[in-house]
Design a protein around this ligand. Structure first.
Ligand code: NAD
Ligand code: TYD
Length: 343
């Protein structure tokens, strides 16, 4: 079995490659990644020398390149993680999200049609369902919840999902889609909430909490997400969508305070800043379908997973310090400079 994993130099794709390369030594894993600001080959160091792994640099939206790669590699399975993934960046530059998340996905789908594959798996997000109100804790996203997006990021991901399902209905392409809640864990790029707060708390720098910090996210350890995708590839039904989440809802403020406590840092580091435009209030997944149908269950809950993750950031400071010393520092200044200085 040959699997092309796109976006494998990013956070979740990188963790998925570690998982697959180690668990299935007889599978060939090809990592296709453009190495944008979010792609980091240092994440792949633990698997670099393995005979069942190789890296190819390229753009999923470059049709000529993608067709050439399919012709050469003749993959059985595609797992598409490649995406622009940060909501805040999508507010500033929606076009790059349309290009990669929509055009990139349709380019991969066209290649799958042209060359034939056993499975195309689209890694999607719970953000396609929009948000839930804070005063209705009884409500959860199921696979039949209508798509109702808020940000250019979630609109691009929902659009990609619709194309994936259309290619199944129209061309009988064997597809599956997973929609996971917020991930955390090793190799998470330090622009996202949890690694941003860990790295800044360690440096005794102010922690920018948007709005009141009451927004709720449903956190899942990345290794549980990878297990779920592995299960869907092997046992999932073609044409189906599977929600993935472990009922670990926390307000942003709870997350930040947990990190501060674990690092023995004061809450005075918290700085409330101007809210994100269109900020979704609450995400919460109902994972009944994947639990019942595929027998998936998470190994971590938030309390155990966050401690493991903080430990990883303490033990792997080189990994994230290399990122913070690069072009990311100018992004941080543009995104937060005025908000943190109170202008
Ligand atoms: P990430 O930003 O860490 O990684 C994205 C990777 O895609 C990077 O390595 C980047 O170089 C690569 N890439 C970007 N554009 C590309 C292109 N045009 N061609 C080839 N490669 C390209 O993202 P992530 O957090 O690992 O998310 C991976 C996927 O999972 C995304 O599709 C995202 O929508 C989805 N997802 C993320 C979360 C989360 O909490 N992070 C939750 C649910 C779903
Ligand atoms: P993020 O990690 O960007 O994921 P998403 O927006 O896809 O859920 O943000 C998680 C939550 O944390 C979200 O409600 C926005 C909030 N947040 C902050 O309060 N401050 C920050 O600096 C960042 C990056 C996020």
């Amino acid at each position: 079995m040959k699997i092309i994993v796109t976006g494998g130099a990013g956070f979740i794709g990188g963790n998925f490659i570690h998982h697959m390369v180690n668990k299935y030594p007889d599978y060939e894993i090809v990592n296709l990644d453009l190495l944008t600001y979010a792609g980091n080959l240092e994440t792949l160091k633990p698997v670099e020398g393995k005979p069942n792994y190789k890296f190819v640099r390229g753009d999923i939206a470059d049709r000529e390149f993608v067709y050439g790669l399919f012709e050469k590699e003749k993959p059985d399975v595609i797992v598409n993680f490649a995406a622009e993934s940060h909501v805040d960046r999508s507010v500033v530059d929606p076009g790059s999200f349309v290009r990669t998340n929509v055009m990139g996905t349709t380019t991969l789908l066209d290649a799958c049609r042209k060359y034939g594959i056993k499975r195309y798996h689209q890694v999607s997000t719970d953000e396609v369902y929009g948000d839930l109100p804070l005063d209705r804790p009884d409500l959860f996203f199921t696979e039949t919840t209508p798509l109702h997006t808020s940000s250019p990021y979630s609109a691009s991901k929902a659009s990609a999902d619709l194309f994936v399902l259309a290619y199944h209905r129209t061309y009988k392409l064997p597809v599956t889609i997973s929609r996971c809640s917020n991930n955390y864990g090793p190799y998470h790029f330090p622009e996202k909430l949890i690694p941003l707060m860990i790295s800044r708390a360690l440096a005794d720098e102010p922690l920018p909490v948007y709005g009141t910090g009451e927004n709720v996210r449903d956190w899942l350890h990345v290794s549980d997400h990878c297990e779920a995708i592995d299960l869907i590839l092997h046992k999932g039904r073609v044409g189906e969508v599977y929600n993935i989440g472990g009922h670990n809802e926390r307000t942003n403020l709870e997350v930040v305070k947990t990190i501060l406590r674990a690092l023995d840092k004061p809450e005075s580091l918290i700085k409330y800043v101007t809210d994100r435009p269109g900020h979704d209030m609450r995400y919460a997944i109902d994972p009944t379908k994947i639990e019942k149908e595929l027998g998936w269950e998470p190994k971590y809950n938030f309390d155990t997973g966050i401690q493991q993750t903080i430990r990883w950031y303490l033990d792997n400071q080189d990994w994230w310090k290399h990122i913070l010393s690069g072009e990311y520092s100018s992004y941080f200044e543009n995104m937060y400079g005025e908000r943190l200085s109170g202008k």
